[in-house]
Design a protein around this ligand. Structure first.
Ligand code: ADP
Ligand code: MG
Length: 324
């Protein structure tokens, strides 16, 4: 690891939902991810690859009965797995703001926007009086590029367009002045014009506030526009990560290559997420370059070059030690 301090450190994260038969259905099994202060990192993977679960685990917000089974999970140097709930509450909003995937769920439909936009700041006592809270909400709504912030502050979420609501959700995530913004598919529900505008907004906020940005998306091309570092997730594990130019210009993992080319074989619907940790490459059933070995052992995430890691036997013989 280099000497720059990390705001997010996730190593070998495993998480599961208990299944009805008493086994654990692993949804994450080997997620590795690091975000340095002020850095923009994109987590890219198709639907169901574990992106949202990773983001939620990072903030100690996995939906019950899901739970973390193993690995290292640090946010701002705090061990999320052992931190008491009050310490987690101290981090949420204040150290890291989260824009959740479902824009409709971001706001309570029967409350006006301003107390919701300023909620984290209120909770963390950044603002105290009603006047301060409303003024902060209006400032934030203006900062995210919304016209008529005074009017919108008193509005209800359903009165906003999808793009306006996403901007308001970003404003709410920033209200207590976090150092990290986690944005989970922030543009997926929007038309292409609003998508570009929201991405531009995220880049502007990052630069203006000196934020670290963890951008979660299924769209590698979108990630390419803003991220310095790219983490590719497939079926609950990091299969490749590295600086954007290297990953995009010389993708190492066949899955990354497939994403870039715009074609990856469909998933076979198999249940390789079930039971204990996997014993073969999770991409083997779909891989155009699969070898016998890929079905017999599980590759480890191994260094390929400076700051780049790949989990693939085409590049390294390293296998994942069995944990069961
Ligand atoms: P992504 O955000 O990359 O689309 P998620 O992190 O939401 O993926 O989900 C990862 C995996 O966890 C998926 O296979 C999904 O089916 C599974 N999962 C999510 N929520 C639940 C749940 N409540 N019960 C069981 N499995 C779930
Ligand atoms: Mg998701």
């Amino acid at each position: 690891m280099n000497g720059v301090s990390a705001i997010v450190e996730i190593e070998n994260l495993a998480a599961a939902f208990p299944a009805a038969d008493g086994t654990q259905q692993r949804v994450l099994d080997g997620v590795n991810l690091r975000v340095e202060e002020g850095q923009t990192v994109a987590v890219v993977g198709e639907s169901g690859s574990g992106k949202s679960m990773t983001a939620l685990a990072l903030l100690g917000l996995l939906p019950p009965p899901a739970r973390v089974l193993g690995g290292r999970l640090r946010l701002g140097g705090v061990d999320i797995r052992s931190a008491p709930e009050h310490e987690l509450q101290g981090l949420r909003g204040r150290l890291a703001g989260l824009v959740q995937q479902d824009p409709a769920a971001a706001f309570d439909p029967v409350r006006r926007l301003w107390p919701q936009v300023s909620e984290a700041a209120t909770r963390h006592r950044v603002v105290r009086t009603r006047t301060e809270r409303r003024a902060l909400a209006e400032r934030l709504l203006a900062e995210v590029g919304l016209d008529d912030p005074e009017g919108l502050a008193g509005a209800f979420a359903h009165q906003l367009s999808g793009g306006q609501r996403q901007r308001a959700a970003i404003a709410a995530a920033l209200s207590a002045g976090p150092r990290l913004l986690v944005a989970d598919e922030p543009t997926s529900a929007l038309d292409s014009v609003s998508q570009a505008a929201v991405l531009h907004l995220l880049a502007r906020l990052r630069d203006g506030r000196g934020l670290a940005l963890l951008l979660i998306t299924h769209d590698l091309r979108l990630a390419a526009g803003v991220a310095e570092h790219i983490v590719i997730l497939h079926a609950g594990e990091t299969v490749e990560r590295g600086p954007r130019p290297e990953v995009l210009d010389r993708p190492a993992h066949p899955y990354t290559g497939g994403l870039l080319a715009g074609h990856v074989a469909p998933r076979d619907g198999g249940s390789d997420g079930d039971g204990p940790t996997r014993t073969a490459c999770g991409f083997a059933p779909r891989c155009p370059r699969v070898m016998a070995r890929c079905r017999e052992a599980r590759p480890a995430l191994a260094p390929l070059e400076d700051r780049r890691d790949v989990r693939c036997f085409l590049w390294s013989d390293a296998t994942e030690p069995s944990r069961d």
